[in-house]
Design a protein around this ligand. Structure first.
Ligand SMILES: *[C@@H]1O[C@H](CO)[C@@H](O)[C@H](O)[C@H]1NC(C)=O
Ligand SMILES: *[C@@H]1O[C@H](CO)[C@@H](O)[C@H](O)[C@H]1NC(C)=O
Ligand SMILES: *[C@@H]1O[C@H](CO)[C@@H](O)[C@H](O)[C@H]1NC(C)=O
Length: 501
């Protein structure tokens, strides 16, 4: 059911080639085969944490440590998609989306207590039902293999991503996924936002597994080295999985494999040479950290210069496996910052990924804010930042295939009447403006092939628990996780309706 009265005025998208031509923002302005979808992640939406043979992940453990999640919550029930996926597919039908990006929970899919990992039949059945249910309705599955929820057993056995042992373990898991679902899944994403889990999980200690150098916050860890070690193993695991896909599955399944990287755009605070270089550095430390090894066979020169021997090295064989190991780049983009040349930090043991960049970051320039703030203190709304980030990737890596794999904004959880919570006009404008920015990037030469809104519905927002709502659908956590369309869901439904132009 849609609340038609909530539709905000449609903005006009105008192009000028001599005469001005304006049309309502509609999917027909995008390339014909452009894919629109929404995205979620297993731990944020599935719930059913102890059903169907699922075992613990590092997020089950981390969210139970007092003080780590702002509202003391966890993903035990989350949005309960495990039980409600059929209804959720109906919601996707109402949105007229072409695709759904979700992640597989490693500790649900695999039985890990024996001497060799085996498929867990209940886990396989759940994802089969989800995938088949989507395909029956013409919705393509885009599957993320790893969205932060490492099985706890690997954290305990060898330190998870800190150990090179993870590379083979991950590659075997990826192979099990390709074998089980690759007849129907044609778009794979090896990792979601490795920058976030390496820096927040091993540098700042505010995400699982909660390691950092500051002993008042973290029992163990080394912020100066561990994020780089983790990222190194992630890259090797990515390359191993892609190699397996290409050798064993590509010929029969003919799918593609990408990675989803997050980046906040860095806009130079001033036009000084130092600030321009600092802003470039800020983007390189986020994107080129992962993409240069794949496209250029080494970490970016600037990272070598700033990090020195804390940055691990690749062997010749590893570089050979890494180079070219991507069919598309996924970009998760939410916000932008003004960046200036910063301090040379004292090289202390708590030195980390941000300090290594030698930048200063601000949201104000000449008294003007870069954009309005959403609910989260890090999320400033800056639509032009998406266009700039897409074009930066396009230029540096010679026009690769790109997807916006996440983009969205949050509202605060508040004790307001439901109809006010559903009237998310700010989110409607957010999507109109960011989609217009994607169109501008395409016009300027970026090969953007799809766009996924984060998120289909409100869900467990990691360390912020349920205090932030990113969904197109509102989830009532107090009443059996019932879903209600927000105005943004209704807007998307019109925007994507092929009949509506
Ligand atoms: C690519 O890697 C080489 C060394 O392997 C380096 O000299 C060059 O600067 C790198 N290019 C970029 C754009 O970082
Ligand atoms: C960083 O920028 C802020 C805002 O412009 C300024 O107040 C602060 O002094 C700067 N810090 C450093 C270390 O440069
Ligand atoms: C929704 O909010 C906007 C302002 O953000 C307001 O103009 C409009 O009247 C509201 N609509 C409803 C149905 O409450």
């Amino acid at each position: 059911m849609f609340l038609l009265s909530l539709v905000p005025p449609t903005i006009l998208f105008c192009v000028s080639n001599g005469t001005l031509h304006c049309a309502a923002l509609h999917r027909s302005l995008f390339p014909q085969r452009f894919v629109f979808g929404t995205a979620t992640a297993a731990y944020q939406v599935e719930g059913a944490f102890d059903e169907g043979g699922r075992t613990q992940s590092i997020w089950d453990t981390f969210s139970r440590i007092p003080g780590k999640i702002s509202d003391g919550s966890n993903g035990d029930v989350a949005s309960d998609q495990y039980h409600k996926y059929q209804g959720d597919i109906e919601l996707m039908m109402q949105l007229h989306v072409d695709a759904y990006r979700f992640s597989i929970s490693w500790s649900r899919l695999m039985k890990l207590d024996g001497s060799v990992p085996e498929l867990n039949a209940d886990g396989v059945a759940y994802y089969n039902h989800l995938i088949d249910g989507l395909l029956t309705k013409g919705i393509q599955p885009y599957v993320t293999l790893y969205h932060w929820d490492l099985p706890q057993i690997y954290q305990d056995a060898f330190g998870g991503w800190l150990s090179q042992k993870i590379v083979k373990v991950y590659a075997d898991y990826a192979e099990a996924c390709f074998a089980a679902f690759g007849d129907r899944v044609k778009h794979w994403i090896t990792f979601n936002e490795p920058q976030q889990f390496s820096v927040l999980g091993f540098g700042l200690g505010i995400h699982a597994p909660g390691r950092c150098s500051t002993r008042s916050m973290c029992a163990e860890g080394n912020s100066a080295t561990e994020p780089y070690i983790v990222a190194h193993h992630v890259l090797l695991a990515h390359a191993a999985a892609v190699d397996i896909y290409r050798r064993k599955f590509k010929a029969t399944q003919s799918g593609v494999v990408g990675i989803a990287l997050d980046c906040e755009w860095g806009e130079p605070l001033t036009s000084s040479r130092e600030d321009v270089a600092a802003a470039e550095r800020h983007v390189e430390f986020q994107l080129a950290w992962y993409l240069d090894p794949i496209y250029n066979g080494s970490y970016p020169t600037i990272m070598h210069q700033h990090i020195g021997d804390r940055l691990p090295e690749f062997s010749k064989d590893e570089i050979a496996l890494l180079q070219g190991s991507l069919d598309f780049i996924g970009l998760n983009h939410y916000t932008s910052r003004f960046i200036s040349n910063g301090l040379v930090y004292q090289k202390t043991e708590s030195m980390g990924h941000f300090q290594d960049q030698q930048v200063n970051s601000t949201v104000v320039r000449n008294g003007q804010k870069i954009g309005n703030q959403a609910a989260s203190d890090w999320l400033f709304i800056v639509p032009w930042g998406l266009q700039k980030t897409l074009l930066w990737i396009t230029k540096r890596y010679n026009k690769p295939a790109l997807y916006v794999t996440e983009n969205g904004m949050d509202d605060l959880e508040e004790a307001k009447p439901l109809e006010e919570m559903l009237n998310d006009t700010r989110r409607v404008h957010f999507y109109q403006d960011y989609l217009t920015s994607v169109l501008a990037a395409i016009r300027d030469g970026a090969d953007v092939q799809g766009y996924f809104a984060w998120s289909l519905m409100d869900n467990f927002e990691w360390a912020a628990g349920y205090t932030r709502r990113f969904g197109l659908y509102y989830v009532d956590y107090k009443d059996d996780q019932k879903r209600y369309p927000k105005a943004s869901a209704e807007w998307f439904s019109h925007f994507l309706d092929k009949m509506q132009k």
